[in-house]
Design a protein around this ligand. Structure first.
Ligand SMILES: Nc1ncnc2c1ncn2[C@@H]1O[C@H](COP(=O)(O)OP(=O)(O)OP(=O)(O)O)[C@@H](O)[C@H]1O
Length: 237
């Protein structure tokens, strides 16, 4: 029996005759972390945005927890927490206010707002204006936003971008905890050591195409320490 929480089959994206993503198949089970790795313009964000229901695929089907975006968008959206790679916060809002706004949209209680701020180490900054935050602090706030409703699937676009080594490590721990709770996670990264640390399975992308994939365990057995660099080189050949 196929126990995948997320099923992506034959999903592609073409805009004005330009193929951004060639048909791709992905499956993610509960408690599994999938990393999309690839260089600039490889198609990572486009794939994540299609799974998040923000961008309509040109072909293919996507379902999360048995719900198809095409059939029931509202229910589909409740299954997903999405952390974009770039987000302009409204000027003048504090971290607590920004998170409370998203919480209200999802009927999430105020206590959960405080809890998620604590999870990402922003509790003491909750009344500070978001526009005064550093890049890493904004990333942590976006991460908190994606966790608010405790959804089965977390989709994160370059989540460790701008994080200092301490928060990089904290992020890895948070993802491991969330994974243990049975959530499925898909994220994109340029940082192969991050993928090595948290991912179970890696898909390498190049020019909108899946050019190789495998489990981190498999790559480690094959290439030893820091295996994804060697695996990516091989995939690009
Ligand atoms: N709305 C759009 N219209 C036309 N082309 C687009 C659009 N969005 C993205 N692209 C192109 O699609 C390709 C894939 O972009 P995408 O943002 O998915 O890559 P990425 O792997 O996330 O890159 P990066 O690591 O730089 O964020 C790029 O060539 C990009 O220029």
């Amino acid at each position: 029996m196929d126990e995948s929480l997320v099923k992506v089959s034959g999903v592609s994206k073409t805009i004005k005759k330009q193929t951004l993503v060639e048909p791709i198949d992905l499956k993610i089970r509960r408690g599994e972390v999938l990393a999309l790795c690839g260089g600039n313009g490889a198609g990572k964000s486009t794939i994540l945005r299609m799974i998040a229901g923000i961008l309509q695929p040109s072909t293919g089907e996507i379902s999360v927890n048995g719900l198809a975006w095409k059939k029931d968008r509202a229910a589909f959206a409740t299954q997903i927490g999405y952390m974009p790679d770039d987000y302009q916060f409204s000027a003048g809002l504090s971290a607590f206010e920004a998170l409370s706004f998203w919480a209200a949209l999802r009927s999430v209680p105020k206590q959960r707002v405080l809890d998620t701020l604590a999870m990402v180490g922003l509790e003491s900054k909750k009344n500070n204006k978001v526009h005064t935050f550093s890049k890493g602090m904004r990333q942590r706030l976006l991460f908190a936003q994606s966790l608010l409703s405790n959804p089965p699937l977390l989709i994160m676009d370059e989540p460790t971008n701008g994080l200092d080594p301490y928060w990089m490590n904290e992020f890895v721990q948070l993802i491991k905890n969330i994974k243990q709770e049975g959530h499925a996670i898909i994220f994109s990264t340029h940082q192969l050591p991050v993928a090595e640390d948290v991912a179970d399975h890696v898909v390498f992308l190049n020019e909108g195409r899946n050019c190789g994939e495998g489990s981190v365990e498999h790559y480690r057995a094959r290439f030893g320490h820091h295996p994804l660099h060697a695996a990516f080189q091989e995939a690009l050949r």
